[in-house]
Design a protein around this ligand. Structure first.
Ligand code: SAM
Length: 267
């Protein structure tokens, strides 16, 4: 293992290729090998696993994922990193890097193909903060379910996903089990971001149900309104709420995932 994440190794690579971390792409590189090891361990991957890594950066986490997994497929938006990754990951033959914006990738199709060859598929990512929710949503709402997702997100986002009801936190609850793994200080990055981060891990048990997610999004449209007011455009909503034993004066955040599952059967 080269331990790319050692500060001296990171600086050597960035200087050699005259790379400046791009703000536009949310680049904050991890310079703490202990944190890299802990993220790789939290991902719970083994030799039967194909990892999809979003945003490998200079490959610091990738080299550890490559050590544990059968195959690692990385999606990186920044083509400037081509030369750096060629050098940093030259001892990792099971890594494939695709230079593409992950939000535009047809990942359903890719997973369908990967399923033919790999028993387990795990998504691992140290996310750029501005697309955290979009990427988590893209993975959680897949028709071709993956087995797990391990992600570095802002600490505040992780706490909200654990403790506050929202369409995303509830659909995660519907699809599987969310675990708050550990906190990550802003000081282990170069350059340091403004906020601390946390690692979350989701074990997926069920495929996302489009109707449940739709009902969740409609119900939370205006958080302060009652469930009746958010859903009043649905025909016979009073009767439907009654059938589902839901008090129409309640707000979405007062309902449980089972209430939304019940409601989705009537849509
Ligand atoms: N994984 C590296 C690490 O932990 O040191 C880098 C993490 S850095 C916070 C985020 C990485 O995601 C950057 O390499 C950035 O270029 C990449 N990225 C940003 N937006 C992306 C997108 N839409 N699709 C794929 N990669 C993206």
């Amino acid at each position: 293992m080269k331990d790319i994440s050692k500060k001296a190794n990171t600086m050597y690579l960035l200087n050699k290729y005259n790379m400046k971390a791009s703000k536009k792409f949310g680049q904050n590189f991890i310079i703490d090998t202990n944190i890299i090891k802990r993220i790789a361990e939290s991902a719970n991957i083994d030799s039967r696993t194909c990892v999809i890594e979003i945003g490998p950066g200079i490959g610091a986490l990738t080299e550890y994922l490559s050590y544990y997994a059968c195959k690692v497929i990385c999606y990186e938006i920044d083509e400037r990193l081509k030369e750096v990754l060629n050098e940093s990951l030259d001892e990792c033959p099971n890594v494939e890097i695709i230079f593409e914006d992950f939000l535009k990738v047809d990942i359903e199709q890719k997973i369908k193909e990967l399923r033919k060859n790999y028993e387990k598929i795990a998504v691992v990512t140290n996310l750029p903060y501005y697309i955290t929710s979009d990427i988590i949503e893209k993975i959680v709402t897949l028709n071709q379910k993956v087995d797990s997702m391990t992600a570095m997100v802002q600490k505040e986002v992780a706490l909200k996903l654990m403790n506050v009801k929202s369409p995303l936190s509830l659909i995660i609850q519907y699809c599987g089990q969310l675990k708050y793994c550990f906190n990550v200080s802003k000081n282990v990055f170069s350059p340091p971001p403004h906020v601390d981060s946390a690692i979350i891990h989701i074990d997926f048990k069920n495929k996302c149900d489009e109707k449940v997610y739709k009902v969740l999004k409609l119900s939370f449209q205006q958080k302060r309104k009652t469930i009746y007011n958010n859903l009043k455009n649905i025909e016979k909503i009073t009767e439907i709420l009654d059938e589902c034993h839901i008090d129409e004066r309640k707000r979405a955040e007062e309902l449980s995932i089972n209430d939304f599952i019940a409601l989705s059967k009537y849509l």
